[in-house]
Write a protein that binds this ligand. Sequence first.
Ligand SMILES: NC(=O)c1ccc[n+]([C@@H]2O[C@H](COP(=O)([O-])OP(=O)(O)OC[C@H]3O[C@@H](n4cnc5c(N)ncnc54)[C@H](OP(=O)(O)O)[C@@H]3O)[C@@H](O)[C@H]2O)c1
Length: 311
Amino acid sequence: MPWTTALIPPQGGRRALVTGGTSGIGYEAALALAGAGAEIVLAARDTGKAEDKAAAIRRAHPAARIEIRELDTARLASVRAFAAAWAREGRPVDILLLNAGIAAVPRREETEDGFERQLATNYLGHFALTGLLLPSLRREAGQASGETRVVAVASIAHRSGRITFDDLQRRRAYGPQSAYRQAKLAMLLFALELDRRLRDAGLPVRAIAAHPGVAATAIARRGDRAGPLAARIGAGLLGLIGQSAARGALPLLYAATAPEAEGGGYYGPDGLWEIRGDPAPARIEPHARDPETAARLWAVSEALTGVTYPL
Ligand SMILES: NC(=O)c1ccc[n+]([C@@H]2O[C@H](COP(=O)([O-])OP(=O)(O)OC[C@H]3O[C@@H](n4cnc5c(N)ncnc54)[C@H](OP(=O)(O)O)[C@@H]3O)[C@@H](O)[C@H]2O)c1
């Protein structure tokens, strides 16, 4: 039987913190988790947009509990401020969904931290966020309501991605797609390495990766970045070959909630080339499984972000 949102176990008493929940698959995931009873924290760079999305979730699920927090994953200062405020309140997180992302920024952009923007937004911000939130991840082993999970959103694009350690910020050779592929490969390497480290530390927290296949979301429509023509072509392509954002969110939801989803696993659609379909184990390219690359990336990420994991 295909896995659908109807199979999400009851999430009452659980708190899900979602990045990128104001659009696309992140919004759909937040909506479904709220429908299953989870308390939702929308960590968003645009809090006005998050208010609108929270209202939409409440219209669908009037009992939903949703909180909005400001978080820009492309700015370490924002990540640190977010995490510090969260830590002060001491509330546990059961699901940390690392989903915020941008794609195919046409010309190289640098963030205030000196990072290439796609790497910063999609990966480095999430690396820092997870490290800083680690003490807040619920640690009660054998919880009746389910495991604590960190879910990292990767992509089919990881397959042809390369971590260019000698030019991680792509100063010498920037390509809109290759920078995206590097960032998504980094997310997958990170999820697998995080799960290994959590296990070694004996923590009852799992890290799982997921990808939506190809989903018709706003990611290619961001005309401010891609330019109107490229944005229209990109959006047309996603619409043509992709599935809906709601279906694209299913592998994320599976990774976040299904009892069968395993720590260190990677889930995506089961159709041809994993573009569309029902959630199932996804293919991890050998270079994304390489523990040496993962450990090296981890060390570089700690140095770049200044966030050292307390593991
Ligand atoms: N769509 C696909 O086919 C596809 C395929 C593979 C992987 N993915 C991945 O899926 C994830 C979600 O993408 P989507 O397709 O749903 O795209 P989307 O509709 O454009 O949603 C992207 C989300 O990320 C947020 N975001 C972007 N930059 C941010 C920042 N600096 N700080 C905080 N939030 C930020 C956006 O916030 P705003 O609303 O404020 O812009 C939005 O909520 C991404 O990680 C993407 O790489 C998508």
